[in-house]
Write a protein that binds this ligand. Structure first.
Ligand code: 0RA
Length: 675
């Protein structure tokens, strides 16, 4: 996203500067795809979809489209249809070719339509840039436009038009729209398999941010229905009349809310469109999602700063005026207003500037004032008009302030008594011999038997093993002093070496890779969720800096003669069996508790299913799961940890009803929270 926005910014600046710029072809895109799409990994791959959808959303924001549909077709082909005006097909003044061809094959051509003078006001991205980039990075693309009563079509290979634009059919006059179908180029992307959940999550967010716009998603890759043996597609649809108010309500689903009416403001200040909604819950987390031009800014920025300043000042002013804060009381601090806050901020501006490691931070100074003014004024009004809600919000903040003072005193006591400092490393820890944190890895292993295998199988030079068992504390409900004393978490904290709470010092981290190794069953996923939640809440920086990993043990061992291969997902199994000359799919049932891992033999090939880590001997564990040369690990992103944190809330939070509902209806996804 970052790279994309950088290029869009360049468009705006360069637009009109020279016609050579406008006529640049797509070669640079194929040469340096990362510059345009933000990498050739899964993120870049998914950006291909976001680019096309951005154009449909731009049409919506310009008042011309009401819906779009994204389909994932077999072979990971993507089809995006919208009911906007349709890309014009007539001759383009600069290129002398069809505008459709120009938009799809000329880099930066979008700038032509983005300028104020074109009367084509664009609030989101800028047209054209994205689509040509998508075209350049696709094995093939097909563009279909419904416009002027006709269906127009052009096809491309690696961005090159195969024939001129031509009419291929008729539509009723007035029916307009664009359909872009593309197959990402497997010679460019490391992996061309789209992740349905990633797509659903992103498009759901986009639907919240574009109120009144309907987004449909369909996964039409083959999905086998176990009951009927039929292949069926998965469908989702999103439409939110209330936009980010619905977003906030969605984030707060299943929670006890403080202000029953969410706060909402939408207005333009200093040329910046500001939309903010917020609602407090009785929880302890802050859930703040900030966007600029519909692009997420996980690192915040000027919009978030402006919001916080306005929130702090307005709530304090109101609390004083209404005598909720007495003269002797201190003002509530910014920190006191974070617990239980759920907030969505979306700003739209002409020339967004991003900075930060992942370009996830908004930098435009004018936005701070714009958000500050909009929120201060509207929130003051809201508080006056909703006195009950106002009281509930401020009481929550006062509670936080009190709890913070008390907790700080307790924390100080705990830390002063040296609960962590100078503590000897836990006895259960089998440490590595290296003292270089950059090279060192800490495996946190579920269960003693797997812990034993890991200790024997590891490379003791750089791999440390910490077996973990016993009941994990509920990190949501527990204060820091209890966490510090808990049997399961204290050894981890000491092994990490960084301290905790206000005494946290990341420079003291003893391992740069912290790897959670747990079984692929329900207990294992529970432990993963708890640990991820723990890291997310107490050591967020570890997650942000990419230090947390999840080990991936294989599902099967497949042998033919002396050849041994491991399958980590079902698809691996099918592929390996094929390599070994077995074409039928072999189903190896799971073993019952305590039984040997079942084995099947087909045509000289044996397939063994692993049930858990405990079933592997030390050598197998090393070969499959710990050897850096061969292992597969998932690096935990802040989104993964946040997702775990959400699941955790539902599983462990105070509300009993939604918890039941969640477990019943999402039993499968509970097991898969980490993927
Ligand atoms: C250039 C100019 C106009 C619209 C578009 C491009 C456009 C691009 C895409 C990509 C996907 N869906 C799209 N819808 C529209 C302006 C059209 C006009 O002025 O009539």
């Amino acid at each position: 996203m970052a790279a994309k926005k950088t290029s869009k910014k360049a468009v705006k600046k360069d637009y009109g500067a020279s016609s050579i710029q406008v006529l640049e072809g797509l070669d640079p895109v194929r040469k340096r795809p990362g510059m345009y799409i933000g990498g050739t990994g899964l993120t870049g791959l998914h950006h291909m979809i976001w680019e096309v959808v951005d154009n449909a959303i731009d049409e919506a924001m310009a008042g011309h489209a009401t819906s779009c549909r994204v389909r994932i077709l077999p072979d990971n082909i993507i089809e995006v249809t919208d009911n906007g005006r349709g890309i014009p097909v007539d001759k383009h003044p600069t290129t002398k070719k069809s505008t459709l061809e120009t938009v799809l094959t000329v880099l930066h051509a979008g700038g032509k339509f983005g300028g104020e003078d074109s009367g084509y006001k664009v609030s989101g991205g800028l047209h054209g840039v994205g689509v040509s980039v998508v075209n350049a990075l696709s094995e093939w693309t097909r563009a279909e436009v419904r416009r002027d009563g006709k269906v127009w079509m052009q096809e491309y290979k690696q961005g090159k038009p195969q024939k001129d634009v031509k009419a291929i059919g008729k539509v009723p006059k007035g029916e307009t729209g664009t359909t872009i179908t593309f197959k990402p180029d497997a010679t460019i992307f490391e992996d061309v398999r789209f992740n349905f959940d990633t797509i659903v999550k992103h498009l759901r967010n986009q639907a919240y941010l574009t109120k009144g716009f309907k987004i449909m998603i369909e996964d039409a890759r083959e999905v086998l229905d176990e009951k009927t043996d039929a292949y069926k597609a998965k469908h989702y649809g999103f439409y939110f009349d209330a936009g980010i108010i619905s977003f906030v309500k969605f984030l707060n689903r299943g929670k006890n809310v403080k202000n029953t009416t969410p706060f909402y403001v939408e207005r333009t200040e200093e040329g910046v469109e500001v939309a903010v909604s917020l609602q407090y819950t009785d929880g302890y987390n802050e859930r703040l999602h900030a966007f600029a031009n519909n692009v997420a800014n996980p690192e915040g920025g000027t919009h978030v700063a402006g919001f916080r300043a306005a929130l702090t000042r307005t709530l304090n002013t109101y609390a004083r005026k209404n005598n909720i804060l007495k003269e002797k009381d201190d003002n509530l601090s910014q920190e006191d207003m974070r617990e239980g806050l759920t907030c969505v901020i979306n700003v739209k501006l002409g020339d967004p500037q991003f900075e930060g490691q992942t370009k996830g931070k908004l930098n435009n100074v004018e936005v701070r004032g714009a958000v500050n003014t909009a929120v201060s004024e509207a929130l003051t009004e809201y508080l006056e008009q909703h006195p009950k809600d106002a009281k509930a919000i401020i009481e929550k903040c006062v509670l936080t302030a009190k709890a913070r003072t008390a907790a700080r005193a307790a924390k100080d006591a705990v830390l002063r008594k040296g609960a962590l400092e100078g503590m000897t490393l836990p006895g259960k820890l089998a440490d590595c011999s290296s003292r270089k944190a950059e090279d060192s890895e800490l495996y946190i292993v579920e269960g003693d038997s797997a812990g034993g295998s890991a200790k024997q199988g590891r490379d003791r030079h750089f791999q440390a093993i910490l077996p973990m068992r016993g009941k994990l504390v509920n990190v949501e409900k527990t204060t820091l002093d209890k966490i510090v004393k808990s049997d399961s978490l204290k050894p981890i904290i000491i092994a990490l070496g960084v301290g905790i709470g206000e005494a946290l010092n990341m420079d003291k981290l003893r391992y740069h890779k912290i790897i959670i190794m747990a079984d692929a069953d329900v207990d294992g996923s529970h432990i993963r969720t708890l640990l991820l939640t723990f890291f997310y809440r107490q050591f967020r920086e570890l997650v942000e800096r990419g230090h947390i990993y999840i080990a991936q043990p294989p599902l099967y061992q497949i042998k033919k003669g002396k050849k041994v291969e491991y399958a980590y997902v079902e698809a691996d199994k099918v592929r390996i069996l094929k390599e070994f000359g077995v074409t039928e799919d072999v189903d190896v049932e799971e073993s019952e508790d305590g039984e040997e891992a079942p084995e099947k033999k087909v045509g000289g090939v044996s397939i063994q299913r692993y049930k858990g880590l405990g079933e592997m001997n030390p050598e197998q564990l090393w070969d499959t799961t710990m050897d850096p040369e061969h292992r597969k690990m998932l690096q935990v992103t802040i989104e993964d940890a946040e997702a775990a944190d959400n699941v955790f809330d539902l599983l462990m939070g105070s509300d009993v009803a939604p918890r039941k509902h969640f477990i019943q209806t999402h039993a499968k996804s509970v097991e898969n929270i980490d993927v």
